[in-house]
Design a protein around this ligand. Structure first.
Ligand code: NAI
Length: 301
């Protein structure tokens, strides 16, 4: 009854699966539920999906408190998100979005396994920041149904979505996902599956130069952030990396560096590697360049 993916059906008839309930998965689940879809949220770490739902509930109740959304709308949105513990529960999903760690082999393994569970008419999307959609589709039985759907952090606030087509991605599916993102209130853009796509390619030097200045001890994180803000940026590079998560940001740099045959412009930073090795992942772990409450995200509007 929920199958297959079709823009002709109402959102409440199109179940969305989200795999990975971390920083981005929680935000994507919230946005899909806000658009009226029933959402199934799965994470490999026991309790992670339930924690994500609690984070969403906290953020939404703060908005209710500020009068930005109504309490019944908040309850309805939360009521559309269900926690599941097995990909087999995605068999009626029209669209499944993969939002797990930024590692090619891990994502490939997940996508291959996922295909055994979902309907042949279901679309599969990846929120990867930088990994080739062509490479992710390698080994899938139906590679044409894999498309990049790259949201930005924090998902409920950031409008941009890169819709990324790999070599095999069906044009109709990319166009449908573009339209779906638009219906979810986003500003989609089509992108080719080049390393880092568009935004992460452009953003690499912003992070890299800040990290180089830190390594040279030329400036503190506070000074860099203050300068960038004073120059008109919404966030400075260090606070932005704390928001993204250093593990993710570092993996993206490694992926862009390797995909460009070791181009020196994208050399990963030792400063950031030390943060990752020390578990100082940023907001999600409570400590990065700055210290704060673990997991707190800016609130949705
Ligand atoms: P995260 O580290 O906050 O969350 C990842 C979640 O995936 C964790 O809860 C983990 O337990 C779960 N997970 C790992 N392997 C799994 C598996 N095999 N099956 C099910 N769950 C699994 O990561 P985050 O930041 O949410 O990033 C996820 C993806 O989104 C990555 O591909 C990343 O590049 C991309 N992304 C991240 C952005 C950011 O600002 N953090 C922005 C845009 C895209």
């Amino acid at each position: 009854m929920n199958l297959p993916f079709s823009l002709e059906r109402r959102p409440d008839e199109q179940q969305i699966g989200v795999i990975g309930a971390g920083t981005m998965g929680a935000g994507i689940a919230q946005v899909a539920a806000a658009a009226g879809h029933p959402v199934l949220l799965l994470d490999a770490r026991p309790g992670a999906a339930a924690d994500a739902v609690s984070r969403i509930a906290n953020d939404l109740s703060a908005l209710v408190g500020k009068g930005k959304i109504k309490a019944d709308a908040c309850a309805a949105l939360l009521g559309r998100i269900s926690v599941v513990d097995d990909a087999a529960q995605f068999k009626q999903a029209a669209l499944v979005i993969e939002v797990i760690v930024e590692k090619l082999e891990v994502k490939q393994a997940l996508l291959r396994e996922l295909e055994a569970h979902v309907d042949p008419g279901a679309v599969i999307a990846s929120n990867t920041s930088s990994i080739s959609i062509t490479a992710l589709a390698n080994g899938m039985r139906h590679p044409g149904r894999l498309v990049g759907m790259h949201f930005f952090n924090p998902v409920p606030i950031m409008k941009l979505v890169e819709v990324v087509s790999g070599a095999e991605t069906s044009k109709n599916i990319a166009d449908d996902i573009f339209e779906l993102a638009r219906r979810w209130g986003k500003t989609p853009v089509h992108a080719a599956s080049t390393p880092g796509f568009i935004v992460n390619r452009i953003a690499r030097p912003y992070y890299a130069e800040a990290l180089a200045l830190l390594q040279e001890q030329a400036a503190s994180p506070e000074a860099l952030d203050m300068l960038a803000r004073a120059a008109g940026f919404r966030m400075g590079p260090c606070e932005l990396m704390d928001l993204i998560g250093h593990d993710i940001n570092y993996s993206v740099t490694v992926s862009v560096f390797e995909a460009n045959y070791g181009d020196r412009r994208y050399v990963p930073s030792l400063v950031q590697k030390a943060l990752v090795d020390g578990g100082r992942l940023g907001r999600k772990s409570g400590k990065g360049f700055y210290q704060g409450t673990p997991g707190r995200q800016p609130q949705a509007v």
